[in-house]
Design a protein around this ligand. Structure first.
Ligand code: PMP
Length: 453
């Protein structure tokens, strides 16, 4: 894409920032300690500020602009829908809503053929849990440490990280377990096979102690994202599927972040040959141009609510503008081979490029990921794997990661930074040249991280 011509206007930027600081209350932040960048515009893989500085977005917003910013076809589809029927309540059959549901159902694995629409990921998780509880008549839900499922009441309580935050109000019935993560193995395993087997045994033990007949669902991110992009070892998810079948537990896969092309397949579950009973999605479904999420439901659970009402709903469920954006986004992903591009970039540019950086930079403990979904686990010491900063480090303790982030930005790269990790999560339609530009900026920023090893 040709770079947009940017006219610097620092005065306008200062005004935008002043208004923000006066009235906008930001998520996950100490309001008095933040200094948000005033963004003037965005296109494709880039955005820019009012000083005319352009950044390559290696965060895809919050890992959702899977086809980049301002894709003209999706913008046009939203405009067209706004002219036709901007909004209509969820109880009615609307062409664009039906079409979005069909396109999604056709791409989700197995018999996940019914779509319940929400406005985002957390609401999808809330409803998946409600469906599982009503379907089974049981209440407990098992979720993993090192997971993120959203910030509404049940979703934040299912979330394993940041488990230690005050948003946890301890909702009843949530039980946490350890999912596999070989690099920092909770099971002291040294091979993937060992990690997978021990994690499955641990899960089955947890179920035995909780009582299988009390457990409605197990929820896992197919590839946990926010907590560190930890690809599960071979056999693990298939093993969880078996355990769920054995005990009549609903298997929920959360693909809010990993779905819609990010891993180089439409859904990450395809990499592992597993079909969950319920699958949550959001973000990439329409590149986040208008808020949309949902639950894909299998035939058996959908049948539970055939004669008996499903007691849940949202005013804006399946909003026509959001659905029009989804229909256009899925069409763009097909026409422009965006999923194939994500796989290709992962295999030929990001994977090899990040591994090459790891060879030269002592601060890189591990590179892991697939598609356009990569994490660098930064360490003080490669032998001990001590993280570059302690978990949830703040202030001075977080200085090495702050210095890394500042260096990336100075080199024109907007990095995703979480605890001791940086994630390389560009748009799924990122070009080879853009991905290489990102690697070069990371190279420079990692040199700063190296100083703290
Ligand atoms: N599940 C996963 C796996 C996510 O990554 C997120 C958001 N990062 C959510 C759920 C919550 O989605 P939302 O912020 O749209 O509510």
């Amino acid at each position: 894409m040709t770079p947009h011509v940017i006219e610097p206007d620092p005065q306008a930027g200062a005004a935008v920032k002043a208004a923000d600081r006066a009235h906008v209350f930001h998520s996950w932040s100490a309001q008095g300690l933040i200094d948000p960048l005033a963004v003037a515009g965005a296109e494709g893989s880039y955005f820019w500020d009012y000083d005319g500085k352009r950044y390559l977005d290696f965060t895809s917003g919050l890992v959702y602009t899977n086809i980049g910013y301002q894709h003209p076809k999706v913008v046009a589809a939203i405009q067209e829908q706004a002219g036709k029927l901007t909004t209509f309540a969820p109880a009615f059959a609307i062409d664009v809503r039906s079409e979005a549901a069909r396109l999604i159902a056709e791409r989700t694995p197995g018999d996940l053929d019914k779509i319940f629409f929400t406005n985002g990921g957390a609401e999808a998780v809330e409803n998946a849990v409600r469906m599982a509880r009503l379907h089974t008549g049981r209440t407990k839900v098992l979720s993993a440490y090192r997971s993120y499922h959203g910030a509404t009441s049940t979703a934040i309580n299912l979330t394993g990280d940041p488990r230690r935050w005050a948003s946890d109000n301890g909702s009843a019935g949530v039980v946490r377990f350890w999912a596999p993560f070989l690099y920092r193995s909770p099971f002291y395993a040294t091979t993937e096979a060992e990690e997978s087997a021990r994690a499955l045994q641990h899960l089955e033990d947890t179920i035995a102690f909780e009582g299988p007949a009390t457990i409605a669902a197990i929820i896992l991110e197919t590839v946990p994202g926010t907590a560190g992009i930890m690809t599960p070892p071979p056999g693990y998810l298939a093993g969880v599927r078996e355990i769920c079948d054995k005990y009549g537990i609903v298997f929920v896969l959360d693909e809010v972040m990993a779905g819609f092309g990010r891993t180089g397949k439409w859904f990450a579950a395809e990499h592992f040959d597993v079909v969950p009973d319920l699958m949550t999605f959001a973000k990439g479904v329409n590149s986040g141009y208008v808020p949309l999420g949902g639950v894909a439901i299998n035939a058996e659970i959908a049948a539970t609510f055939d004669k008996r009402p499903y007691p849940g709903g949202l005013t804006y469920s399946g909003h026509p503008l959001a659905c029009a954006a989804a229909v256009a986004t899925i069409q763009v992903m097909e026409d422009e081979k965006v999923v194939e591009n994500a796989a290709h970039i992962g295999e030929t540019v990001l994977g090899p490029g990040l591994r090459e950086l790891a060879e030269r930079h002592p601060s890189v403990g591990e590179v892991r990921g697939m598609g356009v979904f990569w994490a660098l686990d930064l360490v003080k010491n490669r032998e001990t794997r001590e993280p570059l900063v302690p978990y949830n480090a703040a202030g001075e303790a977080n200085a090495p990661m702050a210095a890394f982030g500042a260096a990336a930005k100075a080199n024109g790269l907007w990095p995703f930074v979480n605890m001791n990790r940086t994630h390389a999560v560009p748009a799924c339609n990122v070009s080879e040249a853009e991905a290489k530009e990102g690697l070069a900026a990371l190279d420079a920023a990692l040199a700063v991280a190296d100083e703290h090893t």
